[in-house]
Design a binder for this molecule. Sequence first.
Ligand SMILES: CC(C)(COP(=O)(O)OP(=O)(O)OC[C@H]1O[C@@H](n2cnc3c(N)ncnc32)[C@H](O)[C@@H]1OP(=O)(O)O)[C@@H](O)C(=O)NCCC(=O)NCCS
Length: 212
Amino acid sequence: MTAGPVAPEGARPRAPKTEGPVVPGTAGALVRKAGPEEVAALTDLLRASVLGLGAVEYSPRQLASALTHIFGVDTRLIEDGTYFVVEEEGRAVACGGWSRRRTLYGGDQFAGRSDDWLDPAADPARIRAFFVHPDRARRGYGRLLLEFCEAAARAEGFESLELMATLSGVPLYERCGYSREESVEIELPDGVSFPLIRMSKTLKRTAPTGGS
Ligand SMILES: CC(C)(COP(=O)(O)OP(=O)(O)OC[C@H]1O[C@@H](n2cnc3c(N)ncnc32)[C@H](O)[C@@H]1OP(=O)(O)O)[C@@H](O)C(=O)NCCC(=O)NCCS
């Protein structure tokens, strides 16, 4: 693969307008849709992400329980074409998506799911399942995927966004304009308690173009 432009010192990658080919400001990273054949690889990525980046806010027992009962790949997002990967030299290093369906969080194994469609005129789109590999953290990939998903949701008529953040995810979302709505304490089937924070953001209307 041809290397992309090299980022100036301190520059952050900017989301491309569409998926692929190369993320400006990175050495050859690209954004693409996740495919059904990579569920195992994405599961490995999210496990490494949760264990490597979640240990400041959560105990090992909480992380192990959440990996069993909450965190996992949501294959519905992949089927819907709304789950994306940042790839570096053929390796998925970050993933995240959005959804037109009611489920707010959780992988295929999570009990509280709903495939119901959201109404863009009345409901916030969902921001879903952001995981960055620990050795690629703080390179702007989380924000890049988030901006990419926000643009896609806006293009489909959604005016607001909602997500359920881990405590580790809150700084990213606050940095990107999300507000805390509610602290939630989930009791997992093994009795472990897992705190999360529901957050939301109103999308800015895009200025009309042309005309006088
Ligand atoms: C949350 C997560 C996706 C962020 O991904 P990331 O690629 O490291 O984030 P970015 O580099 O895009 O960060 C953008 C900005 O968000 C803020 N931010 C992100 N992570 C932060 C952290 N750990 N501490 C403080 N600020 C942080 C900063 O303002 C950062 O800008 P800066 O690096 O220029 O200061 C990543 O930490 C992760 O995968 N965590 C484990 C899994 C998880 O909990 N996912 C969230 C599910 S809701």
